[in-house]
Design a protein around this ligand. Structure first.
Ligand SMILES: [Zn+2]
Length: 128
């Protein structure tokens, strides 16, 4: 697998959508992930706290966070996932590099282009 790093422009509508979407998160660090083809948005997701077992949520025992990337994968039609591009956005354009688990997940799903914001707020894009 060849990974190339580039700085490149992401379609404006994708960035605007990501900015709105991340506000839906119920977590302190609000992230969203948008999957797109060209300028067409095909799926999106945001990170959130999940409470699969409602009875125990008050004790804080059974709860976990779903990352924006996996949420986006669930919300993108499978046949479009392979070969699509993905932007990971964090509120105010803060650092949004995907964790190793999400990174592997995106690659396994056949995503061809992954972009995120660096500490200096520039966008890094890799092509897989
Ligand atoms: Zn992650």
């Amino acid at each position: 697998m060849v990974i190339k790093e580039y700085c490149m422009n992401i379609p404006k509508n994708v960035i605007e959508f990501a900015k709105k979407k991340c506000l839906k998160s119920n977590m302190r660090h609000k992230l969203s992930t948008i999957s797109y083809l060209g300028e067409r948005i095909i799926g999106s997701g945001f990170n959130r706290m999940m409470y699969p077992c409602k009875k125990k949520q008050y004790k804080g025992i059974i709860a976990y966070s779903q990352h924006a990337e996996s949420s986006c994968i669930y919300n993108t039609p499978r046949h479009l996932l392979k070969g699509c591009s993905v932007l990971i956005y964090r509120r105010n354009g803060l650092m949004s590099k995907p964790c190793d688990t999400c990174f592997d997940l995106l690659i396994k799903c056949g995503v061809k282009q992954i972009s995120w914001y660096g500490r200096d707020r520039s966008i890094t894009t890799i092509f897989i």
